[in-house]
Design a protein around this ligand. Structure first.
Ligand SMILES: Cc1cc2nc3c(=O)[nH]c(=O)nc-3n(C[C@H](O)[C@H](O)[C@H](O)COP(=O)(O)OP(=O)(O)OC[C@H]3O[C@@H](n4cnc5c(N)ncnc54)[C@H](O)[C@@H]3O)c2cc1C
Length: 259
């Protein structure tokens, strides 16, 4: 099992329950994947119980859990599995925007992991989807002046309906947070940022921090050499299609039923 996020943990758990000897390998030092970040937004703390419960069941049931080591060809050859479940999740999509290299930027994942400090007061969040909206709310609560843009789909896309409604209601009470739908960030220069909103160009003053919440894309699948080294390979969870925790857990369960 490659990847200890919800998809990998679920597949490991259900395959173990079906009597298979499972090795679950996670490259980070802890299980959970993006689920470790998902529960951290305002109002989502209760989600943590789901993560803890899945993790505890996995620790009880799964034969072998290896942390802090990425799966590569060498490890696959060492382990010699009959089935390789590839559940490596997703990586951040980074847009090419003119002048962005001159900005203090971080990805949404870097923000949630606390890897870089947010400089204020003005923060631009590019991509007001689920993660972007959660970041805008958190920074708004902390007193930052936030502009969150969304180019195509509706604000808060991929959020559960009630959570989204409540988040938008709380953000409405924050005068320093501005949501800008149908807005594309075109370029950064020394005078500020060029937006295109509903077909019109708009120049706004510069920001102290730019956070890229521009969506996730599936991480690369297993390379040819790895695929050749195993007779059965399954790619599941966000690594197959970027979805959510429920879809990832269900994919793990469904995969286990096949073996
Ligand atoms: C900020 C944020 C908020 C979110 N909020 C929600 C929400 O409210 N509701 C919801 O349903 N979903 C939410 N999601 C999405 C959800 O967390 C993901 O869809 C889900 O975690 C995907 O599960 P996964 O197991 O496929 O991938 P991941 O959770 O990404 O796990 C993949 C794991 O594989 C590991 N890995 C990668 N490569 C290797 C390798 N070569 N060897 C070993 N290990 C490897 C990674 O370190 C990672 O731990 C959120 C995501 C983020 C980032």
């Amino acid at each position: 099992m490659v990847g200890g996020g919800p998809a990998g943990m679920s597949a490991a758990l259900y395959l173990s329950r079906r009597g298979h000897a499972v090795t679950l390998v996670e490259k980070e030092d802890q299980l959970g994947g993006q689920f470790n970040l998902a529960w951290q937004a305002p109002g989502k703390e209760q989600m943590r119980a789901g993560l803890t419960s899945l993790e505890n069941n996995v620790k009880k049931m799964v034969d072998s859990i290896v942390l802090g080591r990425p799966v590569d060809l060498e490890m696959v050859r060492e382990t010699g599995p009959a089935l390789l479940v590839w559940a490596t999740g997703a990586v951040q999509n980074i847009p090419a925007i003119e002048g962005i290299q001159s900005q203090h930027t971080m990805t949404a994942i870097e923000y949630f992991k606390g890897i870089k400090a947010v400089k204020g007061p003005r923060v631009l969040v590019i991509g007001a989807g689920r993660a972007g909206l959660e970041i805008a709310e958190r920074l708004g609560k902390e007193g930052f002046e936030v502009v969150a843009t969304k180019r195509t789909d509706p604000i808060g896309s991929m959020m559960e309906v009630i959570t989204k409604k409540l988040t938008l209601m709380r953000i409405e009470q924050m005068p320093r947070v501005t949501l800008m739908p149908h807005t594309t960030v075109k370029a950064f220069d020394k005078d500020g940022v060029l937006f295109e909103k509903d077909g019109e160009s708009l120049k706004v003053p510069a920001f102290h921090t730019v956070i890229l919440a521009t969506g996730m894309v599936s991480s690369p699948g297993p390379d040819e050499a790895i695929q050749k080294a195993v007779s059965h390979v399954e790619v599941i969870g966000d690594a197959s299609q970027v979805m959510d925790i429920y879809a990832a857990v269900f994919a793990g369960y469904q995969t286990a039923l096949k073996y």
